[in-house]
Every structure is written in structure tokens, then in C-alpha cells.
Design a protein around this ligand. Sequence first.
Ligand SMILES: [Zn+2]
Length: 264
Amino acid sequence: MTKTHAPCGSLAGLLAALALDAVTDPRPAVVFALVGGATAGALLPDTDHHSSSPARMWGRATQIPCAWIGRLAGGHREWTHDVSRGAPLAFAAAFGACLVAPLLAAAAGAWHWLDVLSDGLGAVAIALVTGLALIGVDAWLSSLPTLGRRRLRIDTGTNAVVSWLTALAVVGTYPGGLPATVIAAIVVGVLIGVPAGIAGDACTLSGVPWRGRDRHLLPYGWRIRTGSAVEAAIRVPILIAVTVLAWVLAGHPGAEVLADLQAQ
Ligand SMILES: [Zn+2]
């Protein structure tokens, strides 16, 4: 379901960003953080399996921790996929804590090593959100019609380099930690994205746990087989909606050009 999880998370994040846009005028960093956090959030439940796409994100560096998470969580599609046991809250709290750590250390005038440690935690959280969001970009790219024989993809190496350069650039720009509004946007994004990812799995044959039982969002006979043609078909309208909403949110760039062309 990975190729569907990320677009579902992006869609949920974009809807939240549009709702926010309707009441205030959020800064682009807040919008990016919200949509990025939601895209990443939808993939986080699958960090409980050593061969899922979030696990393969940076090769061994993510595969080994994901295998640990799987063991701690009691197996694949157990605790990390259980809203009734607070999985969305736990993921959001973990990211929130890592991102707030540099702010706290700076405010407390912490000892040097504690300061370095908290900045490191913040950087890891930013790199993880960026890397997971890039898996979402890759899912979008891989659904585009092929240009000649080559598909445009973001491979493991590119993902790692871009994610960590982004994290270093962000830490360099905000040495005392990210602004509180951006941290809040990432945390809210993760809180929205994790249930979006779990909801996708709740539509599959195996379902997801809820209060000790496997539950389903779809009636028997309608449940989707992971990796099937039905899943691929459902992904298309989701990806189109993501593209349209991103375009609307970006203030429809190109609309002026179109209007200009029509006026000619
Ligand atoms: Zn899944």
C-alpha cells in the first residue's frame, strides 16, 4: 500500500492546508511543514516492517531501526497501525519532542554536549520527515506516463542526500530550533497523516487492529488486495486530486499565462 499511503497523506495534508489558508494566511514554510508532515505520517505505520518503503528509504540505515520498531511493536500491522492504542499520538509526540529539543536546550543554555545532542535529534526528525515526504514525491513521479524509456525516480542515494542536505540547511538557518509554528505544523501533519495511512490499510483484506480485533472500513467482498490492479486504479483519482489541490494552494501558477494565451 506504500504507493497509495503517501498520496493519501498528501491529500489529507493539502485539505488541512487549504482549510488553514481559508482562515489565515499561513507562511509557505508552515504549508510545506503541514503537507510534508502528513505525507510522512501516512508512511510511519509501515516503519514496523523491514522491507516496507520507509524501511528501504536510506538502505540499511533505515532498515535496521525499522526491524527494531517491528519487534517492539509486536509485529507488522500491530501497535503502529492501532489508533485505539494511540499510534498517531505516539508518532506525533516523538517527532514533536525531537523538534522541540533544540528550542529547550537553547532556552536553558544547556551544556555543550546536550546542546549538540538536541540539535542532532532535531536534524534527524527534519531529515526523516523530508525523506518520507520524498517517497510521496516519488510515488507521484512513478505514476506519470513514462518519458521515453526512463522513469523519473528518487532512488535511495538521492533521497538520503537531499533529506540530509535539507536537514543541515534548516538547522543552519534556525540554529536555536525551528519556529514554533513550523514545529506545530509538522506535528499536526503527522497527527493527520498517520490515521490516513492506517485508513488505507483498513480498506485491505487483512484490516488493522482496533481494541484487540482486526477491523475493516469496507464490507466483505469490497476489500482491496494490496498491490492489486484495484489499488492502482484507486490511486489515480487520489493523485489527480493531490495535483489539483497543490496547484490551487500554490495560487494557481500558470493561470495568468493561460488567461493571457486565451486573450490573444
Ligand atoms: Zn500499510
